[in-house]
Design a protein around this ligand. Sequence first.
Ligand code: MD6
Ligand code: FE
Length: 219
Amino acid sequence: MTLDLFPDEPSTLPAGSQEWLGPQAVVLRGRALALDRDLVQAIDTVTRQAPFRHMVTPGGQTMSVALSSCGPLGWVTDRRGYRYSPVDPQTGMPWPAMPEVLQDLARQAASDAGFANFEPDACLINCYEPGTRMGLHQDKDERDLSQPIVSVSLGIPALFQFGGLSRSERPARVPLFHGDVVVWGGVDRLRFHGILPMKNATHPLLGERRINFTFRKAG
Ligand code: MD6
Ligand code: FE
């Protein structure tokens, strides 16, 4: 028997609603829904050139989440550390271009959330399957921490953990569904966050997967 992940939640929350997680952190429910087919197409285009792969952390652990990137800079990790790189270490080629649908969505969602003129130069694409997780972390490899991050969720639902500025602060749990967009920056930019282990589920467009895009101004 499989248990419903969120028995008390509808399968999506009202599209168009805004849920503030902090003074400068907001969930834009369903903000990407109308674009979902174009976004899935963009994933296919990018990952034909830069396939999803499991990277190794500096500590030597293989990540359960599979990654790809597009845009001028891609986020990479290996035994030497975390960093942004203009080339895909797997192919030695530049990362695929950032499809326009992705750039436009990131810019508009940032603007909705109060961050005008966001021009991302990196789009990290995470692929989660049931059982995978992302441990609590801060995003601090970007040069200009005054720029926000825009995060787009597609596919099966996840429970997002959103904590404080220290690892010890108990994180809130926020369900994220297909089409939800989270934007954060400013005073909330360095808050710890993660994804709890993914439950079994199937999505009509993406199957047993969750895809998350995070857009950053990294360089
Ligand atoms: C995820 N997201 O949603 C993991 N980081 O799959 C992140 O790690 C993240 O959503 C920075 C800003 C937004 C995010
Ligand atoms: Fe992150």
